[in-house]
Design a binder for this molecule. Structure first.
Ligand code: SF4
Length: 458
């Protein structure tokens, strides 16, 4: 029996698909080459943008004829899209050949749903709360090569006015600190070389636990004590909650990468207020300065939304000025699109699509220039690289990443996967560096599932 998981959206979903793969493999399923040849196909969905939804519906639609030819195929739809009010009913109506629908709070029950399906026509179960212990007990089939994702919080309390996440993932719940430490140690023992802590807002980790020692800075410090050669990353940080203590923990740590993804969303205080972000640009700049003082080698990336309702030319210019001042290594830029059920959906002065597109291209152009200049400062320098995969296009080449989060390619043998090497940079563009290995710093003996193997992200 074969399975296939189509994963959409963020890293949280990638890791949840790893947990679903864990259930299926424990039940004896193995990975199929494509969803068309699988006995169980899962769509782990995203609701962040309308375009994502259209793509998902298109892909579910493509399985209609496959399922007609193979009525025993089981199609399951889960994740943020199916957690939204009215969606399960709509999916049943439009795609009657979907067999199982569940939400973000009950993926731990997937095995139960598969068993129920044997005796009933369709299983639809979407609930509002979740048993975190049950989810934490799920064994993931890790699919991200040398990197292992580790949840530290679930849900979000922030209610940014453009975002659907708090409605589909519920309020923030932190995992017990010792559980996280135990999981990380187990992963390091298995040979993973990079741990990425996951939460919608990692900086508010522990706020819901009645023990002042349980906070993000202490979690970082405790994990940093684990005596293995490894890298510790985390996402996502919120500028309102990122504390000096966390920055100090990063600066003083042995394993914590000097890289910060700090979504700013807009450079206009007026728009930040409308977005309900709870910080202004003064606060944002002070966090950036604090981090640069503590770690002169740190690099930053960010998310920016252009064309938020009411965004004027001046507001957009403020964003451009902020980008020029901070100088990000990488930007994830988005055109604002309405999400049903959010506050911003009903805001007046929605920006027309032509203006949004013009602003986006201007922003991308500036980002590209800055990112190229940042990359070029590494020319002729040696950087420590974790070897993460095989180059998808150049035979005999490998891919890796630097501590400061830059992708780098270089010639090398596959048996270096998972090793730390020193690479002399000889080429640099806005997205990647390339160079030559000059030293092997730490050779790995572990074997890794490369990302293409189990969970394919769309
Ligand atoms: S912090 Fe804001 S953008 Fe991020 S998940 Fe929460 S509500 Fe959405």
């Amino acid at each position: 029996m074969k399975y296939y998981i189509n994963t959409y959206g963020c890293q949280m979903n990638v890791h949840e698909s790893e947990k679903l793969a864990g259930i299926l493999e424990e039940m004896g399923y193995t990975l199929a080459d494509s969803d068309k040849t699988a006995d169980v196909v899962v769509f782990n969905t995203c609701a962040i943008r309308e375009s994502a939804e259209q793509k998902i519906f298109g892909n579910i639609g493509m399985l209609k004829s496959v399922k007609a030819a193979n009525p025993n195929m089981i199609i399951a739809v889960c994740g943020c899209m199916s957690q939204q009010k009215g969606y399960p009913e709509m999916i049943v109506k439009k795609y009657p050949y979907v067999d199982i629908i569940f939400g973000t709070h009950n993926l731990a029950k997937f095995k139960e749903f598969l068993n129920k399906k044997k005796s009933q026509k369709r299983v639809v179960e979407v609930v509002e709360t979740e048993d975190i212990k049950l989810r934490d007990s799920m064994e993931a089939t890790r699919t991200s090569g040398t990197n292992a994702w580790v949840n530290i919080t679930y849900g979000c309390n922030n209610f940014c006015t453009y975002c659907i996440v708090p409605y589909v993932r519920g309020r923030e719940v932190s995992r017990p600190m010792q559980d996280i430490i135990d999981e990380v140690e187990k992963l390091l023992k298995k040979g993973f070389k990079q741990i990425t802590l996951l939460g919608q807002n990692v900086n508010s980790y522990g706020n819901d636990i009645d023990d002042e020692k349980v906070n993000f800075a202490n979690l970082l410090r405790e994990l940093d004590k684990l005596d293995y050669k490894y890298r510790l990353r985390f996402m996502t940080s919120h500028p309102k909650d990122l504390s000096k203590e966390v920055i100090d923990a990063m600066a003083n740590g042995k394993h914590i990468c000097h890289y910060l993804h700090l979504p700013v969303q807009s450079g206009s205080d007026e728009i930040l207020k409308k977005m309900n972000r709870h910080y202004d640009t003064k606060r944002y700049f002070s966090v950036i300065d604090m981090a640069r003082k503590a770690m002169p080698d740190i690099e930053f990336s960010s998310d920016i939304i252009v064309g938020f309702p009411g965004e004027t030319e001046e507001d957009f210019e403020d964003t451009i000025n902020l980008v020029k001042k901070v100088r990000y290594q990488q930007l994830f830029t988005f055109i604002y699109s309405k999400r049903k059920g959010t506050v911003a959906e009903k805001m007046p002065n929605q920006v027309d699509i032509k203006t949004k597109k013009q602003r986006l291209s201007k922003l991308i152009e500036i980002e590209r220039e800055i990112a190229t200049e940042i990359s070029q400062k590494y020319l002729g320098k040696k950087v420590e690289v974790l070897v993460e995969g095989i180059h998808p296009k150049k035979k005999g080449y490998l891919m890796g990443s630097t501590d400061f989060g830059k992708t780098i390619s270089f010639e090398g043998d596959e048996n270096l996967l998972g090793s730390f090497v020193s690479v002399l940079v000889d080429k640099a563009n806005h997205t990647t560096l390339s160079g030559k290995i000059v030293d092997v710093l730490d050779k790995s003996n572990s074997e890794y599932n490369l990302p293409k193997d189990k969970v394919r992200r769309k």
